[in-house]
Design a binder for this molecule. Structure first.
Ligand SMILES: [Zn+2]
Length: 312
């Protein structure tokens, strides 16, 4: 039997494919469950009589229960890590047992389902907002939707400028050049200076250009690569100038020839390749963030009024 089907049969958890989340309503409590590649995280949002759930009491209670590997809280949110198992039936059994234990604990200790923002005890809805799970009351859902709408509008109206963006990328890459030369001269690994180059150039583009574009990012990458070449050449020229007692400008002009004569040209290009590699490593997450930052946020309702009506 397929995992989804067996999980549904044993626990009632349903899977929302559009946002990759499992959800369940049982005895008035709402649960969400997500999988991060190795572990299942079970989430619920509950209030005790005193307000926030009591983490210490939860930890003490669930410690001897094998199916729950660990418990953590974030405000009203309680997150349980399900003990993993390679066997599907065992894993589902763990989820089922964890659920039963959690429900029993909530019912015996005066915990009620609530909204994670205001803590109001209610049938909070479960929403996915830009890839994150949120349990919200109707008022906070409306409030959040309005803010998301406003943010999306602001982003779509934001004017990006390619020219100022490239000026920013150039200025940012100068920081990278300084790092590559300084670290090169003290004989430090070029990994960190490459990462600095990648991060600063993209951030520079974002700060001055505001909204990133694909063309802007491609040109920024070309600027970074050019600056890597320049920085590496300056770094080696300083070394050449010192070794031969030349002035820097002659050394810069003849740098590659000198490296060829003295048979260190392979190391020269190897250090360039290393800087470029780490620049790309540093730039990749910054590029991903820059693109994500200007994307529209979406809200998907996983458990909404209609679902609640059917279940009850
Ligand atoms: Zn609320």
């Amino acid at each position: 039997m397929k995992f989804f089907d067996e999980l549904y049969e044993q626990t009632g958890f349903q899977f929302d494919r559009s946002v990759n989340i499992y959800y369940l309503i049982r005895d008035g409590y709402h649960f969400g469950m997500s999988f991060n590649g190795s572990q299942y995280y079970l989430m619920s949002v509950v209030a005790s009589e005193k307000g926030f759930p009591d983490l210490k009491a939860l930890k003490d209670h669930f410690k001897p229960i094998r199916s729950i590997k660990s418990v953590a809280t974030q405000g009203y949110r309680v997150i349980y890590v399900i003990r993993p198992s390679l066997k599907q039936t065992k894993l589902i059994e763990n989820i089922r047992e964890a659920l039963d234990q959690i429900l029993e604990y909530y019912q015996n200790n005066g915990y009620h389902n609530c909204c994670e923002v205001c803590g109001k005890v209610c049938d909070s809805g479960l929403y996915m907002v830009g890839g994150q799970v949120r349990f919200l009351c109707d008022e906070d859902y409306l409030d959040l939707s309005q803010r998301v709408l406003q943010r999306n509008e602001e982003i779509s109206q934001m004017q990006g400028s390619l020219l100022t963006g490239l000026v920013g990328a150039f200025l940012g890459s100068l920081i990278g050049v300084v790092a590559i030369i300084l670290f090169g001269q003290i004989g430090f690994v070029s990994a960190l200076s490459g990462v600095i180059m990648g991060v600063c150039a993209i951030r520079g583009y974002e700060i001055l250009g505001k909204k990133v574009s694909v063309l802007g990012l491609i040109l920024t990458c070309l600027i970074m690569l050019g600056m890597c070449y320049l920085a590496n050449r300056i770094d080696w020229s300083i070394t050449v100038a010192r070794a031969l007692d030349w002035n820097f400008f002659d050394a810069f002009r003849l740098c590659e020839e000198v490296c060829r004569w003295s048979e260190v040209i392979d190391s020269y290009f190897a250090s360039l390749a290393q800087v470029v590699l780490f620049t790309l490593v540093g730039a990749a997450p910054s590029i991903a963030n820059a693109i994500k930052g200007t994307k529209n946020l979406t809200i998907t309702s996983v458990i909404n009024k209609a679902d609640k009506g059917e279940e009850e």
